[in-house]
Write a protein that binds this ligand. Structure first.
Ligand code: URA
Length: 436
């Protein structure tokens, strides 16, 4: 409820943006703070988020909004570490397990990786859900434990963001998810960067996904989002750059929690699908470059077992058993090729929705996910297939889910008689800060 001590009225803030104006800085600071305190209601913030979605924000407005969200909570400080820090953030995709091999890989080169991660919502997977399929693994660490793992342990840590980090974003992100205001550049950029700046990393590489399985479907939109976030990071003193990467088809050959952990371990063992390895290595090189270490052989640390040693230590330091068998879903069903030819399309959105409906993701916050559920991929765009060949294996504990999951694949699989010539590259573009 509005009290006499409040500096502004939410209705005035909404009206300014509704009419296409620029929200003055003191109003931005107030509305974020008052929303965090519960004085501005969800209804009012929904209206404001929709006004921002429709009217946009200018550069200074986005900066102020981001800083206000960051200031809504605590800020971690890793300045006492004896090594540089580097972090990676993906805008979210299908089969995107890259954080799992990437964090221990970068740590092999004496760069600390504080990877504070989230859960999946909708069709995109979440790193914590994936790791929780490892028996015993606990995502919750306090800042002292994070510091210890970075300084004296494996050098990399993947854990849940502490509840005090950008609480305004926690509330606002949940609200955007149910008010169709997620895919909006000022709101995505400020949401991601408020958390990343609060995490206290000195270098940050953004993996901006582009394609049907991403929030940004078109390359020019992805480029705009990447440039907006890089500028926000640089303004806050964080060395920031971005790779724009292909999310028109799932990454790798697995989508789903335990399935993706299994594939990540294959990468750490020196194997794994080419696209996952290439993206992991590209992001690692970029993180190391920003951290001042560009003269290292990244691939060697995958093939000689150093990254795997770091992974094993990282998982066991958080109570997990890296050698325990991973959960397997109770039921499987195969999708086969209906004709012979070349797989010309395997649409990330369709496969993501399919995995989600199988139980790999949640429909409401707080819901449990199935560790073994998901999709195994047997052919990727460009591969030759014969009629009857298995294309996908669907996994779930609850077979009644198969019907709706298979419906999600309608139109997602295309087979052509000619070999497709335009199979897109994994890296589509880059965005750099002015001094890196
Ligand atoms: N990830 C986030 O953290 N926030 C967004 O708005 C979108 C993706």
């Amino acid at each position: 409820m509005l009290t006499k001590t409040e500096a502004f009225d939410a209705v005035d803030v909404i009206r300014i943006k509704r009419d296409g104006g620029r929200i003055p800085d003191p109003m931005i600071d107030w509305v974020i703070d008052a929303y965090t305190r519960g004085v501005v209601t969800d209804e009012q913030m929904s209206a404001l988020a929709m006004a921002i979605f429709l009217r946009g924000m200018d550069r200074e407005e986005i900066v102020r909004w981001t800083m206000a969200m960051m200031n809504s909570g605590e800020r971690l400080n890793f300045s006492k570490l004896t090594k540089p820090t580097a972090d990676k953030h993906s805008t979210g995709g299908v089969g995107d397990k890259i954080t799992l091999p990437l964090a221990p890989l970068v740590a092999c080169f004496d760069v600390a990786v504080p990877q504070l991660s989230g859960r999946g919502l909708g069709h995109t997977g979440g790193t914590l859900d994936k790791l929780e399929s490892i028996p015993g693994w606990d995502p919750n660490l306090d800042s002292q434990q994070i510091f210890e793992m970075l300084e004296n342990g494996p050098g990399a840590v993947i854990c849940a963001a502490t509840s005090g980090l950008a609480p305004a974003d926690k509330k606002l992100y949940a609200l955007r998810d149910v008010t169709a205001t997620v895919d909006c550049i000022p709101l995505i950029a400020s949401s991601i960067m408020s958390k990343k700046i609060a995490e206290g990393t000195s270098a940050l590489v953004l993996d901006v996904k582009v394609g049907s399985g991403a929030f940004m479907r078109e390359l020019d939109q992805g480029q705009k989002l990447a440039e907006t976030m890089v500028a926000l990071g640089e303004d806050a003193g964080v060395k920031t750059s971005a790779l724009l990467t292909n999310m028109s088809t799932p990454l790798g050959l697995t989508v789903g929690n335990a399935l993706e952990v299994r594939e990540s371990v294959e990468v750490l063992a020196g194997g794994g699908p080419e696209d996952v390895v290439d993206l992991t290595v590209s992001l690692a090189r970029e993180m190391l470059r920003l951290a001042g270490k560009d003269d290292v052989d990244v691939r060697a640390a995958l093939s000689d077992g150093r990254a795997m040693d770091r992974w094993n230590q990282m998982i066991s330091d958080q109570g997990g058993d890296p050698f325990a068998p991973l959960p397997v879903a109770k039921h499987q069903e195969q999708i086969v090729a209906e004709e012979s030819g070349y797989l010309s399309e395997l649409d990330a959105w369709g496969v993501g929705i399919c995995a989600w409906r199988l139980g790999a993701g949640r429909t409401r916050q707080g819901e449990a996910v199935q560790a073994g559920a998901g999709v195994e991929i047997h052919a990727k765009p460009g591969d030759a297939v014969k009629k009857g060949d298995p294309l996908l294996t669907l996994h779930t504990d609850t077979p009644e889910r198969f019907k709706r999951s298979i419906e999600a694949l309608d139109g997602a699989i295309k087979i052509s008689s000619d070999r497709p010539t335009d199979v897109p590259q994994i890296i589509l573009g880059r965005a750099f800060g002015s001094d890196n």
